[in-house]
Design a protein around this ligand. Structure first.
Ligand code: C2E
Ligand code: MG
Ligand code: MG
Length: 574
């Protein structure tokens, strides 16, 4: 007679909740019930002959242990293992067995549902529901692992914190649905900017975090920050509406800026606050004292844009005088940067960085505009008009709008083009000589002059030089400095001056520091000199005083040309 327990068991088996299998002591399958076939997808015909065929190799050991217990105690406690399904995939099950008349009765409970739910719960615990990115808990965990790893390998990691600028406004004006979609798109773009091995996480709201593991140089973090900014600068399209966002990024580096998770997140946060306080739309590295030179460059590079926006740059003017009578005939505009924490910086420290990051375009635009406006203001004040030389870098010269931009600035400032001279280096012209010739001709047509700066250090292709419509050669100061010591340099300077004159060009010597150099240059018939012997680059005010002085000297007719501050040099020479 069937007992209550027997009936209950039969129900459990009938509902597929428990599957049953019988094998002999060697593991050969004697019979399997419908449930067993169902959950594993077999039919009676294609069911493998032994239980071992159903067990993945990594679980064979579990089976062996179970068998030993079965032999010793007549039953084994249920344990979790996988069984191989007909389609080759593995099914997680709870497996138990008991000995019965020289046969082994096995029961199997399908755990896959349970496993999936468990995995889903696990995933939710470590991921952000909106973007499916790792959350703060998982991010910290990965960062911790990365630190532990690099502690051993001595490698650098970067932590970035990113905020979408003015996200609250976007959310308020477009609604939460659009806000959510924006965050999802931001998540996708961020992920596409980093390597598979890096981690992009969302900490909540519009706050994202990125872990760049094992980066060889700090520069790599800057590159990624720039790529992210470029990517987020592209319009987001929602319902045919273009939305533009900008972002602020703070970066900290392991081991420099923190040795643990909390430390790195804190310093990245400080850097992020600085990026935001400077008006957003930039990335900043954390800066503590004792930064290395490479890091200082990265700091400068990330400060450039906000520096331009916050008017931290200013222009100084270095006098240029004729060698014959020390008549002030021109000025070279030289840019300086009054950095908020690093003090006064010279172009040698930042022009290259500005070129590499493209900021030279807006910075150069500002320099030209400022210098042209100043030159015009001096003329309007009745001071002697004179040539203004402005340096242009290769990147500016190659800009397709190069000519149009200069034209616009001349128009805006009302400066007569004949007072403007552009200083270009041989290398920037020689990048594409044919196109350069076209541009130089256009400048000539506009009435603008062109000087080749640092002449002698570049290609000096005589063939091209003949074809370039230029006005001035500036002998590089490296030759001038040794003109009286090194016979080779004397010869080079003589050759450049002769070459310049043969081509009907004005020759300027730059970096003239001593009277001996001046005497040599004078003997070699150089036309114009510029250098510390006469004056360093001067502030607007100081240069203005020089101009006023020259005007007074001329009117008193002491000497028609020489400003008082330059007289001492002349007197000693004569
Ligand atoms: P450069 O055009 O050859 O400018 C001359 C540099 O020599 C200036 O340095 C000037 O201060 C320095 N100098 C002048 N007289 C003497 C001297 O007697 N002795 C010595 N040792 N140096 C002297 P600065 O201002 O540091 O500029 C360095 C370079 O940065 C410039 O070389 C130029 O290539 C670039 N630069 C400066 N201003 C600008 C700018 O507005 N735009 C661009 N694109 N580049 C600029
Ligand atoms: Mg120059
Ligand atoms: Mg130069």
């Amino acid at each position: 007679m069937e007992t209550k327990v027997d009936a209950a068991l039969r129900r459990l088996v009938a509902t597929n909740l428990i599957a049953v299998l019988f094998t002999d002591l060697a593991g050969n399958i004697l019979s399997a019930d419908e449930s067993f076939l169902n959950i594993l997808g077999y039919t009676r015909d294609n069911l493998p002959p032994t239980i071992h065929d159903l067990t993945p190799p990594e679980h064979q050991r579990l089976d062996e242990e179970a068998f030993e217990k079965l032999m010793a105690f007549g039953a084994c406690a249920p344990f979790e293992k996988d069984l191989i399904k007909h389609d080759g995939s593995q099914l997680p099950v709870l497996f138990g067995a008991a000995l019965h008349d020289e046969e082994i009765a096995c029961f199997v409970v399908d755990l896959s549902q349970n496993k999936q739910t468990q995995e889903k719960l696990n995933h939710l615990a470590y991921h952000d529901a909106l973007t499916d990115l790792p959350n703060q808990v998982l991010f910290k965990d990965r960062l911790k692992q990365a630190i532990a790893l690099s502690h051993r390998n001595n490698q650098m990691q970067a932590v970035m914190l990113l905020n979408v600028d003015r996200f609250k406004t976007i959310n308020d004006s477009l609604g939460y649905t659009a806000g959510d979609r924006l965050l999802q798109s931001v998540a996708q773009r961020l992920t596409s900017c980093v390597r598979e091995s890096d981690t992009v996480a969302r900490f909540g709201g519009d706050e994202f975090a990125i872990l760049l593991t094992q980066i060889p140089r700090a520069q790599d973090a800057a590159n990624v920050a720039r790529a992210i900014k470029n990517s987020l600068d592209q319009a987001f399209l929602f319902d045919d509406q273009e939305i533009f966002v900008s972002s602020s990024i703070g970066i900290s580096l392991y081991p420099n800026d923190g040795r643990d998770t909390a430390g790195l997140l804190k310093t990245a946060g400080v850097a992020l606050d600085r990026a935001k306080s400077q008006g957003g739309n930039s990335y900043q590295f954390y800066t503590a004292g004792g930064t290395t030179r490479a890091l200082r460059q990265l700091v400068l590079e990330s400060n450039l844009r906000s520096g331009v926006e916050r008017s931290e740059f200013f222009v100084q003017y270095q006098p240029q005088v004729t060698i014959k009578d020390f008549h002030l005939v021109g000025m070279e505009a030289l840019v300086r940067w009054q950095h908020p924490s690093l003090g006064l910086l010279y172009p040698g420290e930042f022009i290259m960085l500005a070129e590499e990051s493209g900021i030279i375009i807006s910075l150069g635009d500002w320099i030209l505009r400022t210098a042209c406006a100043q030159n015009k203001a001096w003329q309007d004040a009745g001071l002697t008009p004179m040539r203004l030389s402005v340096n242009f870098s290769a990147r500016q010269f190659q800009q397709p709008t190069f000519i149009a931009d200069i034209n616009q600035i001349l128009k805006d400032t009302n400066l007569d083009p004949r007072w403007l001279e552009l200083e270009l280096t041989e290398s920037s012209i020689m990048k594409d000589p044919e196109e350069a010739i076209e541009k130089l001709h256009e400048l000539k047509l506009m009435g603008i002059k062109v000087a080749i700066d640092d002449f002698g250090t570049g290609y000096s292709s005589l063939n091209y030089l003949k074809r370039f419509p230029i006005d001035t050669l500036k002998i590089d100061k490296s030759f001038v400095s040794d003109v009286c010591k090194d016979p080779h340099d004397t010869s080079i300077v003589r050759a450049i001056i002769n070459l310049g004159h043969a081509l009907d060009l004005t020759v300027i010597a730059e970096g003239v520091e001593t009277k001996e150099q001046l005497q040599y240059l004078s003997a070699l018939e150089c036309d114009v000199v510029q250098g510390f012997l006469f004056s360093k680059a001067l502030s607007t005010r100081a240069f203005e005083e020089l101009l006023i002085e020259q005007a007074q000297v001329s009117s008193k007719d002491v000497s028609p040309t020489i400003p008082l501050s330059l007289v001492s040099v002349t007197a000693e020479l004569n």
